[in-house]
Structures are given as C-alpha cells and as structure tokens.
Design a protein around this ligand. Structure first.
Ligand code: ADE
Length: 222
C-alpha cells in the first residue's frame, strides 16, 4: 500500500515513520509512506500557502493553487484522497480496516482556520476526523490514521492474532494483562491466570472485559 501525505510540517512525521511496528511495516515493503511539504507547490518567492478568508474572520485559510497542484501530481487512478479535519467522518475500526484495503491514499493535512472549500468540493473524496477535539493542524491526525490502518495490513502487526482479540474488534474493552514476576511489591497476579485452566481463564477475562466496558464505555454495550 502507498500513502502520500501533504503537510506544511513534514518533519512532524520523521520519528513516527521510522520507529516501532510502523517502521517494520515500511521496512518490509508492505507499506510505503511519502511525506510532501506543501510549500514545494507554491510559486511565489515567499512560498505562500495560505491567505485571509473572504468575508472576514480570524486566522488564515489554505489557498487552493498549491493544494490542487500537489494532489493532481500525486493522485493515481482509483486512489482515495482524504482530508483530515475535525468536521469529518469519525475514524472507526471499520473505516481503518476499509482504508487499509486501498492501494493508494493521498492524505491532506489542514492548517489554521481551514482550507478553501473548492479543494474539498473538487479534489477530496473523503473527510476524516480522529476525534472531537481540535489539533493545531492535521499532521498528527494523518499519523493517527496511518497507524490505525497499518495494523490491518497483513504482516505489519507481526502476530495476526492480537488484532482480533483486541479492544473494539469485539466492541468490548480489553481485559487486564500481567507478566512476571507473579508477585511485585506485595501485589499478586490473579490466581486464575497461573492455574493453566484455559476455559476458566477465558471466562475470567470476558467478565473483566464486560466489567471494564460497563465502567468506562457503557455506550458500547448498547
Ligand atoms: N485537524 C485538526 N483537528 C483534527 C481532528 N480532530 N481530526 C482530524 N483532523 C484534524
């Protein structure tokens, strides 16, 4: 899978793309992420990417010319062009899974008070929000989207199994995990986990999941 990210802050993604599980996915060739500085498509000597909004108001708006030029250069037939914005469709596991099956994504990170509406009307296929809070720009949102979907690309996560037993694929939050030592500063690991009785362990874990979900996210149980 190929992903192109268009942003005014390309260096924000440096560490993110080389570390951890994601870095391994990229190294193994299952995922290729290219980060592009929007300013390379500006044409004036100040490399202006934004301007004041028509009709007045605070802040600056991303200009159409460099964004159209960037997307028109990077897009491929059938690719999905996504704008990261707090007023987009909420990111969900289903959406992350669906996007992970695309051949090519072009992600546009917004900035300031927004972007010229003609960009959204013409060269964007889908708008995605990562949650009900406003970030200073969409670059971290693009990173979150990439991370969430990379986990659905076969081979990127390492162990396929961990994907299916985790939170949200089951609509229940996770059960508590423990590792050695069995006793640490007077705190013991629940006896049942040391018992070797897998049926009972499953039952115990499921009960903890229901309990945790009821406490923290009762909306998921409805
Ligand atoms: N840009 C700024 N805030 C955002 C959010 N919550 N989701 C996606 N893009 C954003």
């Amino acid at each position: 899978m190929r992903i192109d990210v268009i942003t005014l802050f390309p260096r924000m993604l440096d560490g993110f793309l080389t570390e951890s599980i994601l870095g391994k996915g990229i190294e193994s060739g299952r995922l290729a992420v290219n980060v592009h500085d929007l300013r390379q498509w500006t044409t004036d000597k100040h490399r202006t990417a934004d301007d004041r909004p028509f009709g007045g108001g605070a802040g600056m708006v991303l200009k159409p010319e460099p964004v159209f030029a960037a997307i028109e250069q990077l897009q491929t037939p059938g690719c999905r062009r996504i704008y990261l914005t707090p007023d987009g469709t909420p990111l969900s596991p289903a959406l992350a899974g669906e996007l992970s099956r695309q051949q090519h994504l072009v992600l546009l990170s917004g900035h300031y008070e927004g972007i010229d509406q003609r960009i959204r009307d013409t060269v964007i296929d889908q708008e995605v929000s990562i949650g009900d809070y406003v970030l200073t720009n969409g670059t971290l949102a693009a990173a979150v989207l990439i991370d969430a979907l990379a986990r659905f690309i076969p081979g990127v996560l390492g162990e396929e199994k961990s994907l299916t037993t985790e939170s949200f694929t089951s609509k229940l939050l996770d059960f508590p995990q423990y590792t050695r030592p069995a006793e640490f500063r007077g705190m013991s690991v629940p006896e049942i986990l040391l018992s070797g009785n897998h049926a009972e362990i499953e039952k115990w874990r499921h009960a903890r999941q229901v309990e945790k979900t009821r406490q923290v996210r009762p909306d998921l149980l409805k």
